[in-house]
Design a protein around this ligand. Structure first.
Ligand code: ITT
Length: 210
């Protein structure tokens, strides 16, 4: 069984829709997010931490909204911005801009403790070294647990909120004339950052041990 590690029920709903109920179990664990601007580093360290805690194969999904007219903000700070400002105020910030284009990005990190062929290493070595240094430690000598990363992105535009489906920033993210909140999970998965990352993951996972 594979554990999808998140505190966000919206992510679980979409992962279940894509992978099927029998493939994943949700694991409501708030893994510590390292301070980094790299979503790959955040997801990789999150997956290692969750695997160490659980001892079972895990997937961590770190996602963010990147608004081009705001130089990619909120990006890795998306969760904080959604919580503190809310999507209505994000729309208010973006509305006066000439460039309202944006993208969603999802990085999925898989770890099962096996030394399988990992994503090109060291994606996050600098971040791990910085995190260790700020904690007054040196980077462990041993090889870190292998992590495989899958990235999905989708482009769109920030618009006034529409629709009551989805979650998070979905009501203000428009792609092909619909906001993500106007789509079913299945329709969203067919286009979205998460759906694209899930497709890459599912293809790899199916053949992993063969
Ligand atoms: P976990 O870290 O526990 O998985 P989270 O909600 O904090 O949950 P992220 O850091 O990946 O997850 O998400 C950053 C923000 O982006 C957060 O406010 C989410 O609600 C939002 N978000 C993530 N995926 C989204 C999606 O598909 N559609 C809309 N908003 C999304």
């Amino acid at each position: 069984m594979l554990y999808y590690v998140t505190t966000n029920p919206g992510k679980i709903r979409e992962a279940r829709q894509y992978l099927g109920d029998e493939t994943i179990t949700d694991y409501d664990y708030d893994y510590p997010e390292i301070q980094s601007e790299s979503m790959k580093a955040i997801a990789a360290e999150g997956a290692r931490d969750a695997y160490r805690k659980l001892g079972e194969p895990v997937v961590v999904d770190d996602s963010g909204l990147f608004v081009n007219g705001l130089e990619g903000f909120p990006g890795p700070y998306s969760s904080y911005v959604e919580e503190k400002l809310g999507i209505e105020r994000v729309w208010n910030l973006v509305e006066p801009l000439d460039d309202r284009t944006a993208s969603f990005r999802c990085v999925m990190a898989y770890c099962d403790g096996d030394p399988f062929e990992a994503s090109p290493d060291p994606v996050d070595k600098d971040d791990r070294a910085a995190a260790a240094a700020s904690a007054g430690e040196s980077l462990e000598e041993d090889e870190p647990l292998a992590v495989k990363l899958f990235v999905g992105t989708v482009r769109g535009e920030i618009v006034a909120p529409r629709g009551d489906g989805g979650f998070g920033f979905d009501p203000i993210f428009e792609h092909d004339d619909s906001t993500f909140a106007e789509l079913t999970s299945e329709e969203k998965n067919a286009l979205s950052h998460r759906g694209r990352a899930l497709a890459k993951f599912a293809e790899w996972y199916e053949t992993k041990d063969s």
